[in-house]
Design a protein around this ligand. Structure first.
Ligand code: FAQ
Length: 317
């Protein structure tokens, strides 16, 4: 039997069906609020943790030009994290609470950032594949049903597209370089390909959140739909680099109009998501340390804010 919706819930779903954005002060089901806080905060944490593997190469970039580009990219990720934390705050959670959830391991962040960046080629491959997967997932989020999230995604996607292009550009240079550079490039592709496919999340039949999130238009495509689009794009782009993707089962399927691809190692994915990937401990430790080292800045900023407030109160009296 179909569940009876309350008049508010009915009105809420009608707005969603008509593509009217839900705004912070509108009525919303608690589960909708909770799902958004979970997804947006995880997304924000991913941007902030995602600065670490790339930050690792800022001092070792091969030229001033590449260093300046990488610095700007890492700063962009910080900005994305901040817009997203601000969007999540509109749902009634504080930034301190979100940081606490990250530092105590309660909140997830993207599995991809628990892999190490071993060579310079990894910087280009992160741009091409990781930012590429991020855009594939995030462009549809510009039409997500929650207004502040959708608006934050517009700017984020513009910047992520630029990141993806700069990554591919640096790989094109390597692809025309020495045999050693080409080997380094292929090795980086081999290591990042499968983790990039895992970024889209579990298969649809193993994804507990997809059905409801699609009905609420929080998600506009399922995990498998987006993963397939990504494979189709990358299978063509890799040819321009004169490289291959490390999947013997990758094959164009004319009947489906898509590339078929091999089985993903879901055991590896869940192992990384549950905290046991190659860099999970190092990543959280770096964030905790940054939080502790920043204590004096937070104290100074709130002391300054209290003084300003006291001054304004005196002036207004
Ligand atoms: N890693 O039921 P579903 C970037 C969890 S930003 C870890 O399918 P949902 C920028 C999921 O949370 C990259 N955990 O979940 C950049 C859930 O657990 P929970 C981040 C994952 O939410 C580039 C459980 O598995 N992007 O890269 C992952 O409907 C370069 C069941 O899964 C976003 O966050 C995973 N890969 O769909 C920065 C985009 N996948 O919470 C620096 C927004 C799933 O119930 C350098 N997020 N899980 O305990 C989304 O679109 C969705 O949240 C999905 C997952 C598609 C990630």
């Amino acid at each position: 039997m179909e569940q009876m919706l309350s008049p508010e819930a009915q009105h809420f779903q009608e707005k969603i069906d008509k593509e009217i954005k839900i705004e912070p002060k509108d009525w919303m089901p608690e589960k909708y609020r909770h799902t958004l806080i979970r997804q947006i905060s995880q997304h924000a944490h991913s941007e902030i943790i995602g600065m670490l593997p790339e930050g690792n190469w800022i001092t070792r970039a091969p030229s001033l030009k590449r260093k300046a580009i990488l610095l700007a990219k890492v700063q962009d990720e910080a900005g994305h994290g901040l817009y997203l934390y601000a969007a999540a705050e509109t749902l009634g959670i504080s930034r301190d609470e979100m940081y606490h959830q990250l530092h105590t391991g309660k909140a997830k962040y993207s599995s991809i950032f628990n892999y190490p960046t071993l060579t310079w080629a990894d910087m280009g491959v992160v741009g091409w594949l990781v930012d590429g997967a991020a855009i594939m997932n995030q462009v549809p989020l510009c039409r997500t049903s929650y207004g502040p999230y959708a608006r934050a995604m517009v700017r984020i996607c513009k910047e992520e597209s630029f990141h993806q292009r700069q990554g591919f550009d640096s790989l094109l240079v390597l692809s025309k370089g020495t045999p050693g550079q080409r080997r380094m490039l292929q090795d980086a592709i081999n290591r990042w390909w499968w983790p990039s496919l895992m970024m889209f999340g579990p298969t649809d039949d193993a994804s507990p959140n997809t059905v409801q999130s699609m009905q609420w238009k929080i998600k506009r495509f399922t995990n498998d739909e987006l993963r397939q689009k990504f494979v189709d794009v990358c299978a063509e782009q890799v040819k321009l680099l004169g490289c291959t993707l490390p999947d013997p089962d990758l094959k164009w399927n004319a009947e489906r109009g898509h590339y078929d691809f091999g089985a993903i190692n879901w055991q590896e994915f869940w192992n990384v998501v549950s905290g046991n990937g190659p860099c999970n401990k190092e990543r959280i430790e770096a964030r905790r340390k940054a939080w502790d080292n920043g204590a004096w800045v937070r104290e100074a900023a709130s002391a300054y804010a209290s003084k300003q407030q006291a001054k304004q109160a005196v002036a207004a009296a």
